[in-house]
Design a protein around this ligand. Structure first.
Ligand code: ASP
Ligand code: MG
Length: 463
């Protein structure tokens, strides 16, 4: 069996949903389990409605929801003709709208939108979109069944960024999903949302439907996980920055994992983990160009040393810290990491000398509070407006030539932090934000704008 995940642009309107159903139809022989995102911008609308309600502005909240629901009615109207089927989904949509109006009323009275309540808003996006896809599939003769994630996607109770409890997910899926798959049914379920052991809806972080897909794929030991999106696959660099990116045909899981952490929007950061653990191939495909192969992420891909892609991210701050007193080295680090853990901060890059530590953190965190706490253990300097460039490619560590070419490309640029050695497949460089795009272009020119290895890369076919 395979898992097929479709993102928001792939499900945004009636035409897109009908196209998704056709793609599913072409894969029925592979026993797909289908994971669906909310229609494009749906999650943002639900979030904004929640925030308006929190401010006591229930009219604005209802106006947004009305707009959002109109899109769902429109999809139903266009794609579903069978009257009983149509009535079934219509009832669900109407009921959901009423539930959301109740939520808006409650929140605007209390003027409080807790993470748990926000999840109660969020979940409707995926619930409705997946209902519509299931009905559209049935219209096309697919034996599709809609399955609510509340039946199996058990997570911890940390709302808005919940982590799955894998053993429970696996146990439940094998009881519920496997018999359906054996009967030849195509399961259609939701990305992004889960359920606590006490029955409250959770979500796993924005854009986490990819993660849902790999969790389900790993739990069911899928043969392949397909991430259907709106680009042809993983590119050698961001097309908004370089003019002629190439498509990467195959990639190793660890390369994709590094990339997903450093700004490559095509895959959610956690999503490679379950696939890596179970060694399941992941492919990234374009729902607007379904005959195209996309990028295949698999351990079976090349093992020759090669630079595959350049990712970047901005809005980074660098904090360096020198201890006031000579604690033992590990005690100092323990202090530092305890503070980061307390604020739930993941450092993009960490480097240490014998005693000093440099951390590159996303500026979005509450850095004032973190710096305040860190200053109790050491002297701090902080630099804002930094960015990160990450060069990814298996074997980068064993190939000195790559390093000299990287540094030659970045000549004259001021590097603040360099991380190399912890990962076999990447080098991460922190530099001034205004130099980041230039650095990406220079590196891209060096590695991808001459002759390319046609086994690994393809001229990007998209606009
Ligand atoms: N619908 C959710 C979001 O917009 C999850 C996803 O699309 O992956 O964040
Ligand atoms: Mg996405």
């Amino acid at each position: 069996m395979i898992v097929m995940k479709f993102g928001g642009t792939s499900t945004q309107d009636a035409k897109a949903q009908s196209n998704v159903a056709s793609i599913i139809h072409n894969h029925v022989h592979l026993s797909p389990v289908v994971v669906i995102s909310a229609i494009a911008k749906g999650t943002n609308y639900l979030e904004r409605a929640g925030k308006f309600a929190e401010q006591g502005n229930s009219e604005e909240a209802i106006a947004l929801l009305t707009e959002l629901f109109a899109r769902h009615y429109q999809i139903l109207e266009t794609n579903v003709q069978d009257s009983t089927r149509k009535k079934g989904v219509l009832d669900v949509i109407q009921h959901s709208f009423n539930e959301l109006k109740e939520l808006v009323r409650g929140v605007s009275i209390l003027r409080e939108l807790t993470p748990r309540t926000l999840d109660a808003f969020y979940c409707f996006g995926e619930l409705l979109s997946s209902r519509l896809i299931a009905a559209t599939c049935q219209e096309k003769g697919i034996d599709a069944v809609w399955l609510d994630t509340k039946e199996f996607m058990v997570t911890e109770a940390n709302h808005n960024r919940a982590m799955p409890i894998m053993e429970l997910v696996q146990e439940k899926l094998s009881v519920i999903a496997l018999p359906l798959i054996r009967q030849g049914k195509v399961i259609v379920t939701q990305g992004f949302i889960g359920i606590t052991q006490n029955g409250f809806r959770t979500t796993m972080g924005r854009e986490s439907s990819d993660y849902s897909a790999t969790i389900i794929g790993a739990a069911l030991n899928a043969d392949e996980i397909q991430i259907w999106t709106d680009v042809d696959g993983i590119l050698t660099a961001d097309p908004r920055v370089v003019s002629s990116p190439k498509k990467v045909k195959t990639m190793l899981p660890e390369e994709a994992f590094e990339l997903s952490y450093f700004g490559a929007k095509v895959l959610h950061a956690n999503s490679m983990l379950p696939a890596l653990e179970k060694n399941i191939p992941v492919s990234i495909r374009n729902s607007m160009n379904p005959s195209h192969d996309g990028t295949k992420v698999t351990t079976g891909s090349n093992t020759k040393s090669c630079i595959k892609s350049i990712a970047y991210k901005n809005n980074v701050s660098v904090i360096t810290l020198s201890p006031y007193k000579r604690y033992g080295q590990f005690i100092f680090w323990e202090h530092v990491y305890n503070i980061l853990t307390k604020y739930d901060v993941t450092a993009n890059v960490t480097t240490t000398s014998e005693f000093n530590v440099a951390l590159a953190l996303d500026s979005k965190y509450n850095l004032t509070a973190i710096v305040h706490e860190l200053s109790s253990v050491g002297k701090i300097t902080m630099f804002d407006r930094k960015g990160i460039v990450c060069v990814v490619g298996f074997g980068i560590q064993q190939t000195p030539e790559f390093l000299s070419r990287i540094f030659a490309s970045l000549q004259g640029m001021k590097l603040s932090v360099i991380s190399f050695g912890a990962s076999k497949s990447s080098i991460t460089l922190v530099l001034n934000e205004q130099e980041v795009e230039h650095a990406v272009r220079q590196l891209h020119r060096e590695f991808f704008e001459g002759e390319i290895d046609v086994e690994l890369f393809e001229q990007n076919l998209q606009e």
